[in-house]
Design a protein around this ligand. Structure first.
Ligand SMILES: N[C@H](CCC[C@H](N)C(=O)O)C(=O)O
Length: 287
């Protein structure tokens, strides 16, 4: 199978182009195992998961994403930027703006000139759609028509205030005074596997640095600690806005371990993000 390995702020995916390469199409039940094998650095390639680029009946392209543990996710912000750059650079997209279907909905992307310009169109803007705010959209236990904003919940011996947002995929956001001091590795799985979330959950910690700047660390459902999470960064800005901690209508800089993303939300409509997508290598996977 031919692959291209790319990253968005160090959140790395091995991408299989299925648009015109039947050799990259497997039986449906083989993809979870493929993701587990490919993601493993010693016996595989090493990544946070795999992405399949396919044809769509509803959009210009289709993106499927599988986490490191083989679970299929409904959305992937960093992955969308990588897919957009790939299809644009390889001539599948005839315009700078186009749409990509995900299991979490259809998103619009626009290719932008890079900051330095040496790698033309290295930046991608993505309209991630309307965030889900009701418990029923996350999904999580409780009244499906109510929101989870700064709600106290207990996870084993930890009582934490959480704000839950769906960006097509589920996120639990926790605000902290010192994001670097958080024991992400210990708390992440406690929350990810809590019975509160029937489909598990991505967990993000946010330290507000100013009305237009936050710092964010993530424990990803199905992949653990990653260098960045695009949907998580969007969820973090929406959660911070709902808690009155950052400005609406203004670009919010989100500092992640792998770099910065620019996110903007108007308080009720679509959440948008802008960031880079970078090639690492391409090759042939022996399956
Ligand atoms: N672990 C996520 C999928 C990857 C999301 C992340 N890598 C991003 O950039 O949004 C989930 O199971 O919903």
């Amino acid at each position: 199978m031919k692959f291209t390995k790319m990253h968005g702020l160090g959140n790395t995916y091995v991408i299989f182009n299925q648009l015109d390469d039947p050799g990259n199409v497997l039986e449906e039940d083989r993809y979870p195992e493929l993701s587990r094998k490919v993601s493993e650095i010693k016996f595989g390639i090493g990544s946070d998961g795999i992405i399949l680029i396919g044809n769509s009946q509803k959009a210009d392209f289709k993106m499927r994403i599988f986490n490191e543990d083989g679970s299929e996710a409904k959305n992937c912000g960093n992955g969308l930027r990588c897919v957009a750059k790939y299809v644009f650079d390889h001539g599948y997209a005839s315009r700078r703006n186009f749409t990509i279907e995900t299991l979490g909905g259809i998103v619009s992307v626009e290719m932008e000139e890079g900051r330095t310009g040496e790698d033309h169109f290295s930046f991608v803007s993505v309209d991630m759609g309307k965030p889900g705010l009701q418990k029923g959209s996350i999904p999580m236990q409780g009244d499906p028509d109510t929101r989870t904003i700064d709600e106290l919940h207990t996870f084993d011996d930890q009582s934490l205030r959480i704000t839950c947002i769906s960006i097509g995929n589920p996120h639990a956001i926790i605000f902290t005074e010192d994001v670097q001091a958080v024991e992400v590795e210990r708390l992440g799985p406690l929350i990810e596997y809590s019975s509160l979330f029937p489909e598990r959950v991505n967990v993000g910690w946010v330290q507000v640095k100013g009305s237009r700047e936050i710092e964010y660390r993530v424990w990803e459902r199905g992949s653990g600690i990653t260098m960045a999470c695009g949907t998580g960064a969007c969820a973090a800005v929406v959660a911070a806005s709902l808690n009155g901690l950052v400005d609406l209508h203004q670009p919010i800089t989100v500092h992640l371990p792998g770099g910065d993303l620019e996110i903007i939300w108007d308080g009720e409509g679509h959440v948008r993000k802008r960031g880079e997508a970078v090639y690492i290598c391409s090759g042939e996977l022996i399956v």
